[in-house]
Design a protein around this ligand. Structure first.
Ligand SMILES: CCCCCCC/C=C/C(=O)SCCNC(=O)CCNC(=O)[C@H](O)C(C)(C)COP(=O)(O)OP(=O)(O)OC[C@H]1O[C@@H](n2cnc3c(N)ncnc32)[C@H](O)[C@@H]1OP(=O)(O)O
Length: 208
């Protein structure tokens, strides 16, 4: 079960400061750590559920998409908003989203970098249930997980991993390629300019 202790943020996604003016000695570790987290969580043989008790943009949304079930508290936002930062959600971010919502919804959401409210996310299937608060989200998560007590664990595990096999196999075979794409993409001046503008927007919002 994945849930967070911040009062309003489930996960703010990747640290933009690691991508803005990236330090060559850190960038490889930064990206491979993310790949490894995804491999471990998306490929976990255990049943997994995200209790989303706060905003969940980009990498935060990805974290929840790695789980089999998502329960979200009201009045927060969730989505893969990368295009709003002038960056591109990698192939495996996209395939994680496609595991939850139909292609058409994913294409519209990804190309516009749309963030969904809790109710909108429920409507398109990006989340599975709405909880009234964190305690309710945890109770609902436990209820979801408890149903697997009656299911043969090996049958459940093999079914899950077979369904996720091609995405997991792609990553295992292409970690280096994916890292090189990230490094060359993030180093481009146009990408750096976009990240700078996005960070300025965040600061301006905070100053209000
Ligand atoms: C081919 C490969 C291409 C590359 C692909 C890379 C994929 C990228 C994935 C990502 O995850 S990118 C990150 C996307 N995240 C966001 O867009 C979140 C932006 N933040 C927000 O929307 C809000 O901050 C919030 C999370 C909703 C919280 O709002 P709140 O009002 O509570 O706080 P703020 O005042 O906005 O922020 C406080 C403080 O935190 C800084 N900050 C917020 N998010 C990030 C972040 N992701 N990285 C670094 N810093 C972040 C924000 O600037 C404020 O900083 P200070 O002014 O206090 O220094």
């Amino acid at each position: 079960m994945s849930q967070q202790s911040s009062p309003t943020v489930f996960s703010a996604g990747l640290d933009i400061m690691e991508m803005y003016k990236p330090k060559p000695d850190r960038v490889k570790e930064f990206w491979t750590t993310l790949q490894d987290v995804w491999l471990a969580l998306y490929g976990s043989s255990f049943p997994t559920v995200a209790a989303i008790n706060g905003h969940s943009p980009a990498g935060g949304c990805l974290l929840s998409l790695c789980c089999e079930y998502r329960i979200m508290c009201p009045n927060y936002s969730i989505g893969l908003n990368e295009t709003k930062l002038g960056i591109v959600a990698p192939k495996w971010f996209m395939s994680s989203m496609l595991g939850a919502i139909p292609y058409r919804e994913a294409e519209l959401a990804l190309t516009s970098g749309r963030m969904f409210s809790t109710d909108e996310a429920l409507k398109i299937g990006l989340i599975d249930e709405v909880a009234s608060d964190k305690a309710d989200a945890i109770a609902k998560s436990e209820k979801f997980l408890s149903q697997f007590a009656k299911i043969h664990p090996i049958a459940r595990k093999l079914t899950k991993l077979n369904l996720r096999h091609s995405a997991l196999e792609w990553m295992q075979e292409n970690k280096e390629l994916d890292l090189n794409i990230f490094i060359s993409f993030v180093g481009q001046p146009i990408v750096q300019k976009s990240l700078e503008k996005y960070l300025e927007g965040l600061k301006a919002k905070q100053a209000k």
